[in-house]
Ligand binder design. Structure first.
Ligand SMILES: [Zn+2]
Length: 286
């Protein structure tokens, strides 16, 4: 009898008794999004985007990363342009690149920790697309479930292709990550219609954008690189390095119609003016 009791106790302890000292925050009651500063890119010529000097206002790109926290889990959206591993122990800003000069002032993991999370605690990872200014810290999230479109994954792990701004080492660990192939239909991440990933190909074969139904802020579309400059919305200019310009035009038209119908705000990720006006983590939108 005593033996049985002891065994029972051991099983109970094994089930619930060994929680780690530091755990992720309790899930919030409603959906929220945190905006992290994952760097700045200077020196890109507007000509790369089929604009002449002076036709666009912004002189640099910003690189945000986003954490979406839902009552049922978390989603990391895009992971920056320079990996945290590039920081030295003095924590000074890191600069890389020759044509495009990238600078990052704070590691992503430090910003995540500030709001209570470690990469290993994040439920889902989704990248708007595979370009290197979105994948820098992707390997840190190989323990999450990766949400990716089939053509995007095929390109990422297929034979090396020409002319791509791609850093395969930055996402190599995703190859064996738990993966959920999504799309081309809208993908409802938590099953309640509040976090939707939409297929918007063209910039890359499986480029995607993120729609959120935030209770206070209202509907929001985080646009990945559907656009880079706000001026592209009126002019229709397509970047010179687009995977498929016709697909991009079709995706833009579909998303513009969706924005109208959903009455959603649009955040162009690289747009410095949009980013400057946003609350940054640890503040959040809900
Ligand atoms: Zn980009």
């Amino acid at each position: 009898m005593f033996f049985m009791k002891k065994r029972f106790l051991a099983i109970l302890l094994a089930i619930g008794g060994c929680a780690p000292a530091q755990t992720a925050p309790k899930p919030p009651k409603s959906l929220r999004i945190y905006v992290f500063d994952c760097g700045v890119i200077k020196g890109l010529s507007p000509a790369l985007f089929n604009f002449k000097e002076g036709e666009v206002k912004a002189t640099e790109f910003v690189v945000p990363c986003y954490l979406i926290v839902h009552p049922k889990g978390t989603l990391m959206w895009d992971t920056g342009t320079i990996p945290d591993s590039a920081f030295k122990s003095d924590g000074a800003p890191v600069t890389q690149g020759t044509n495009a000069i990238m600078t990052v002032t704070r590691p992503l993991k430090a910003q995540l920790a500030e709001v209570g999370y470690k990469p290993s605690e994040i439920t889902y990872l989704a990248l708007s697309h595979y370009h290197s200014d979105h994948t820098a810290n992707a390997n840190d999230f190989a323990g999450s479930t990766w949400l990716v479109q089939q053509p995007e994954r095929d390109y990422m792990f297929g034979p090396p292709q020409q002319g791509a701004i791609i850093n395969t080492a930055s996402f190599s660990a995703l190859k064996n990550a738990k993966t959920k192939i999504i799309g081309p239909a809208d993908y409802d991440v938590f099953g309640d219609g509040k976090v939707i990933i939409k297929f918007a190909p063209g910039h890359t074969p499986g480029h995607q954008v993120l729609f959120l139904k935030l209770a206070k802020f209202g509907p929001l579309l985080v646009a990945g690189d559907l656009y880079h400059y706000p001026e592209e919305r009126a002019s229709g200019n397509i970047p010179t390095f687009e995977y498929n310009a016709d697909q991009s035009r079709a995706s833009r038209a579909a998303i513009e119609a969706f924005l109208k119908q959903a009455k959603a705000q649009l955040w162009i990720e690289h747009d410095a003016a949009t980013f400057a006006a946003l609350k940054k983590a640890p503040a959040f939108y809900e």
